[in-house]
Ligand binder design. Structure first.
Ligand code: HEM
Length: 426
């Protein structure tokens, strides 16, 4: 679908076949990101990875982050951090047993702590400000992306005071990130490269100066921001939606709890147990299908390109509607219903080569954090299902649960899920 959104020519891609044309057949042509107000104001003039133009800087930094933080080997090494933070989450839930809680608060804190410990070496000491600012910034990204379609009207942001508000938020965030850099500069690990977190690695290679594309402190701050923003909201929202769907579908909840409890090793859940939880993995896929990020991070064409018989001129913005692909009636039966069993004899996966299911995007700009994110989500979900039974508060019936979505970066339930955890002795 071609749209003239404000002053920017835009093509919206809403079927798996066309998504394949963009993300596979013509991947290099559509591997760039547009310049947006959000990327300029909030992501250090696109000096991060997610908003960086396609080219040698982006390639270099993505490779470093993959090797040093996001590879399967690194993610395995973080299992200690993940298990530790999930234990803390369980303790918090235990102490709230029998009372109504907002599950999102618990999940966001757990995911943020795992990601911060892996990326910057510790839980962020300004955690609650960080989380507040992160969610505000994600709202701003959506708002600014809309404003980017009307470049000639950007003065409205100044007049209405929005720009000043976001600059203040950006300053708060920059202070937190500067503190993190300062602490790392003052406490370099003495035991060699094995003890380095991502920030130590980036500072070391910046100082050694042997990169093809030299990096600055703003690059490092942009990249930390990518990891924390990219990982925290998406992973915690997926968990919240999975639990929301399970609360709405008590039979599915029962079935998955039976699987998780049958697979566990005594009182603990190991990595190996999780690999055998087939039904839980189907629940995760179904959650991604219905509640993954609705739109992928925007792309822009680097040259003229023919797609499906139409010419897409250079510098056309491309919005891939992953939600439409995930609910495409030609690809999915009963597309709007939550039916994990649809994956029983179906090999469709979310790794970027099945265009019907694109929660992590595809092609060269595919999310590099899949293994890290899915590792946190699967381990947390298995523990929530194993150690607790769950009830709805105030006599609420499953079919009365509010499924309205609010679009932030990922989409989250508009009204946070409230539940009552009931500790199970196993
Ligand atoms: C459930 C969890 C997650 C979901 C659903 C998700 C989703 C996405 C999506 C849709 C994109 C855009 C892909 C495209 O344009 O084709 C993306 C990019 C990205 N994600 Fe994730 N993500 C998740 C977890 C993570 C984690 C844990 C990290 C890092 C700690 C991360 C870091 C990034 C980065 C750096 C990019 C930009 C890649 C680039 O432009 O080259 N994500 N993610």
């Amino acid at each position: 679908m071609h749209l003239q959104l404000g002053q920017v020519p835009t093509v919206v891609i809403s079927t798996p076949r066309l998504a394949q044309e963009i993300l596979k057949t013509n991947d290099v042509v559509f591997a760039d990101r547009p310049t947006t107000i959000a990327s300029q104001m909030l992501f250090y003039k696109a000096q991060d990875i997610a908003w960086a133009p396609y080219g040698s800087y982006w390639r270099q930094m993505r490779k470093i982050c993959t090797l040093e933080l996001l590879s399967a080997k690194r993610v395995r090494a973080y299992s200690v951090i993940r298990d530790d933070e999930i234990k803390t989450m369980r303790k918090n839930l235990d102490s709230s047993a029998g009372r109504s809680i907002v599950l999102r608060d618990v999940l966001v804190q757990m995911v943020n702590d795992v990601i911060c410990r892996a990326t910057v070496g510790d839980i962020c000491k300004d955690r609650s400000t960080l989380i507040d600012v992160l969610f505000d910034i994600m709202r701003a990204v959506i708002a600014f992306n809309m404003a980017s379609y009307f470049p000639n009207l950007q003065f409205l942001n100044v007049i209405t005071g929005k720009k000043a508000k976001w600059l203040k938020r950006q300053k708060q965030l920059d202070d937190i990130l500067e503190d993190i850099l300062e602490e790392h500069r003052n406490h370099r690990p003495s035991g060699g490269h094995d003890q380095e977190d991502l920030v130590d690695v980036l500072l070391r290679i910046k100082e050694n100066g042997d990169l093809d594309q030299p990096i600055t402190n703003d690059n490092i701050k942009g990249i930390i921001l990518d990891m924390i923003i990219g990982g925290t909201s998406t992973s915690s929202m997926t968990l919240e939606w999975a639990m929301t769907e399970l609360m709405r579908n008590p039979k599915i909840m029962k079935k998955v709890q039976a699987e998780v409890r049958a697979m566990a090793n005594g009182n603990t859940i190991t990595e190996e147990n999780i690999q055998n939880m087939r039904y839980m993995k189907m629940i995760l896929k179904e959650t991604f299908r219905l509640h993954g990020p609705p739109l992928l991070v925007p792309r822009i064409s680097r040259e003229d390109c023919a797609v499906n018989g139409y010419n897409i001129p250079v510098k056309t913005r491309i919005l891939i509607n992953a939600w439409a692909c995930g609910t495409d009636p030609d690809s999915w039966e009963n597309p709007d219903s939550f039916i994990p069993e649809r994956f029983e004899n179906n090999s469709i996966n979310y790794l970027g080569s099945d265009f019907e299911l694109l929660p992590f995007g595809g092609g060269r700009r595919i999310c590099p954090g899949i293994t890290f994110g899915v590792g946190i989500i699967e381990t947390a979900l298995a523990n929530l299902l194993f150690h607790f039974d769950w009830e709805l508060p105030n006599g609420l019936k499953p079919n009365e649960l509010d499924m309205t979505e609010a679009i932030v970066l990922s989409n989250l339930p508009k009204n946070p899920l409230q539940v009552v955890p009931v500790t199970v002795s196993v």
